[in-house]
Design a protein around this ligand. Structure first.
Ligand code: MRU
Length: 344
């Protein structure tokens, strides 16, 4: 059984998240009581991964809706809550897709009914999406070579979704079926999601995983004969451009050089059919680059560029893997498989 990253008590609206900033040393759950705490939890990456922040945002919206039912200004205030949540992480589109879809319910003056429906849908989404990630894992197993060496970056695993993950789903589903892989995990500077989270998650599930630093990727692909690369996504546009954790683009370039397949695994809620190759890239605090574990590693005041994501063009992507199957990153295929299915 994979770890549960978010817990929401229906009767009390109690919202608890696994604090991912403390992993792998400490498994501590924190209670989120206010909107400000929720914003901070997303911004500091206590809760992270595009799908997970969307579920979390949905639970926060449900909680705030319940708190606001007696407020005559319910409609406007709930809308503001949604806008504030969406603004916390601009690149990952799942949060925006889910919140906007829930805000569509914010019509009329039966505030209790609206709050109940938002809560109902938030819970249903979290539960239902377990099947989504299982399906992604099943489809990925049809293209990854059983027993092969597979490279990944960041953490697109169970703790970034509601179970199984996206890029890590084939390893969990494979494990259930007796199919094994040798996973190579890039450490993922600056915040080490690969080293702290992916390695921790896979190792505790007894899945073979080897940690490398990001600058070891080319040599690892060549000397360890990596068969394929699989990554998650924060936003996939209708033109097949994929925003994902910084470092993804260089892996796609390497895959092309070495002639190995490069797959992107994501649910339909990660698609943005209104966008093309222009995606807003979140830039984060310079301290994430100048420090490791709170210790300075660079001269004080040095100029830093700290984009959290990069954009991989479709010509470097072998296939998109969603709950609907594996398909090419073309506008026609994306519209066919994903069009009309982005809903909560
Ligand atoms: O900054 P993070 O840790 O939220 O970045 C996460 C990623 O880039 C993941 O690959 C993506 O969100 C997909 S998680 C299933």
């Amino acid at each position: 059984m994979t770890v549960q990253n978010i817990r929401f008590q229906t009767a009390t609206d109690e919202l608890i998240v696994l604090d991912q900033t403390l992993l792998p040393h400490e498994e501590r759950y924190v209670t989120i009581e206010t909107l400000e705490q929720a914003e901070q939890a997303i911004e500091t990456l206590q809760v992270r991964g595009a799908p997970a922040i969307a579920y979390f945002g949905a639970f926060v919206l449900a909680k705030e809706a319940g708190r606001l039912v007696d407020d005559p200004d319910f409609t406007r205030r709930l809308d503001l809550v949604g806008r504030r949540l969406i603004a916390t992480r601009p690149t990952a589109v799942n949060l925006q897709n889910v919140i906007e879809s829930l805000l569509d319910l914010n019509i009329g003056d039966d505030f209790e009914a609206i709050a109940e429906e938002i809560k109902h849908r938030a819970i249903a989404l979290y539960d239902r999406d377990v099947d989504t990630y299982r399906a992604i894992g099943e489809h990925a197993l049809t293209v990854l070579p059983a027993g092969g060496n597979v490279l990944t970056i960041c953490n697109a695993g169970a703790i970034a979704t509601s179970r199984y993950g996206t890029a890590l789903a084939p390893f969990y589903v494979g494990k259930e079926r007796g199919i094994s892989f040798n996973v190579f995990a890039c450490e993922t500077r600056p915040l080490l999601q690969g080293a702290r989270l992916t390695v921790w998650e896979l190792d505790r599930a007894d899945i073979d995983v080897t940690l490398i630093t990001d600058n070891m990727a080319a040599w690892t692909i060549q000397s360890k004969r990596v068969d394929a690369i699989i990554v998650g996504a924060d936003r996939i546009t209708r033109t097949g451009h994929v925003a994902n954790k910084i470092g993804t683009l260089q892996l796609a370039v390497l895959a092309k050089h070495y002639g190995i397949p490069f797959y992107v695994a994501a649910p339909h809620s990660t698609f943005d059919l209104t966008a093309d190759d222009t995606i807003e890239i979140e830039e984060r605090n310079a301290k994430e680059v100048t420090h490791i574990g709170g210790q300075p590693t660079a001269p004080v005041g040095i100029t830093v560029f700290n984009p959290a994501f990069d954009v991989t063009p479709p010509d470097l992507i072998t296939g998109l893997i969603t709950e609907a199957g594996v398909f090419e990153p073309t506008e026609t295929a994306i519209t066919h498989h994903v069009g009309g299915t982005i809903h909560v």
